[in-house]
Write a protein that binds this ligand. Sequence first.
Ligand SMILES: NC(=O)c1ccc[n+]([C@@H]2O[C@H](COP(=O)([O-])OP(=O)(O)OC[C@H]3O[C@@H](n4cnc5c(N)ncnc54)[C@H](OP(=O)(O)O)[C@@H]3O)[C@@H](O)[C@H]2O)c1
Length: 324
Amino acid sequence: MNKSNKIYVAGHRGMVGSAIIRELKDQGFENIITRTHSELDLTNQQQVQEFFSQEKPDQVYLAAAKVGGIFANDTYPADFIYQNLMIEANVIHSAFKSGVKKLLFLGSSCIYPKLADQPMKEDALLSGYLEPTNEPYAIAKIAGIKLCESYNRQYGESHGIDYRSVMPTNLYGPGDNYHPENSHVIPALIRRFHNAKINNEEKVIVWGSGNPKREFLYVDDMASASVHVMNLDKEIHDQNTKEMCSHINVGTGKDLSIGELAKILKKVVGFAGEIEFDSSKPDGSPRKLMDSSRLNILGWNPRVDLERGLTLTYENYLQNIMSQ
Ligand SMILES: NC(=O)c1ccc[n+]([C@@H]2O[C@H](COP(=O)([O-])OP(=O)(O)OC[C@H]3O[C@@H](n4cnc5c(N)ncnc54)[C@H](OP(=O)(O)O)[C@@H]3O)[C@@H](O)[C@H]2O)c1
């Protein structure tokens, strides 16, 4: 791995992109280039082509995407499919045209069918119907994987390109979105437990029965997995993936119920009241766990356990609200 490589991180202000920058700097990569959304709109083909032909990076981490919760996905399906398809097509094609040899595309566990066997293995892709609420987003993410695979198949040998994909489970950590109506379960609960603690409330109501099980990965672990996969030896990578099933799951291999998660968060935040579950609210899938054994065989394991990750996340939340 060449530490002087010129590396473009797309989406560097996002939760994952900023963690990738921290990881790259920690590992001694210094030649990192970035552009904000207002400096470079990745849905704009001409702007993206000009950027790549001027900068000619060696490696690209594609962590820019239009991301949102169930409500946003259900309300703005056209924005989710159009913007994500455009970002991926523009970045991957312009990267290829400008001679980028190595690119890492970040997808999501929502690419897998709604009723996929648990834990979900990489080859569950395209084996059944997707969850309808985020189908447009998932289709765009599947297209991103297939773009990487198709460019590798057509130009891998002739142009020496090697474009890879990673599929993270649910992520949390510094830089997360704490929006009151549009945030994922961990930031939403941190916010609610914190406010309940400050206001001396007696209880916090958690939506659903608390029974569904989910998997969570600390974002710095996701960043370290991304840099690991990007720099894996090609022979080892190719031996453990398939030409048309090349994506790699990134998770902890462990899940827990939302009820158990709420108990840990109550302790981390220091809320002394009760947790009440509102079973009239929908639960979603009973279980969503990824099989990350492909990545484990490739030499990567997570470092940050859930309680420690949640503690670091709450510390970061407190720092942010104090600096506002
Ligand atoms: N968060 C999770 O739990 C999770 C789980 C699985 C997979 N992932 C994947 O990880 C990737 C990054 O997610 P994240 O959580 O870091 O999302 P995020 O915090 O919303 O960051 C996304 C970044 O992309 C930028 N962006 C969006 N549209 C753009 C455009 N047209 N041109 C230029 N920049 C644009 C955003 O900039 P602006 O904010 O300025 O628009 C933002 O900096 C995504 O592919 C997502 O699917 C995330």
